[in-house]
Design a protein around this ligand. Structure first.
Ligand SMILES: [Zn+2]
Length: 76
């Protein structure tokens, strides 16, 4: 039997790309609602994407690097 958290990790990128079917997206959202650990990971990934988008249009601010480092630490 597949660990739902492993499945979450697999679909994280397509989910953030909005590339999943409605059924898949709903099952991911249901899992996130009941699994704080995956919810935290998804929040981290989506925030990271936001930062990367900003970093592409602006020079990397020193405080941004600190915030990225602070976000990454709890997940290791
Ligand atoms: Zn999970």
């Amino acid at each position: 039997m597949m660990d739902p958290c492993d499945h979450c990790e697999e679909v994280m990128q397509p989910y953030l790309d909005r590339a999943l079917s409605v059924e898949e997206q709903t099952s991911v959202e249901e899992h996130l609602a009941s699994c704080p650990w995956c919810a935290k990971r998804f929040t981290f990934e989506s925030e990271l994407r936001g930062y990367v988008k900003v970093a592409c249009t602006e020079p990397m601010a020193p405080d941004l690097k600190d915030r990225l480092a602070a976000l990454r630490t709890p997940l290791q």
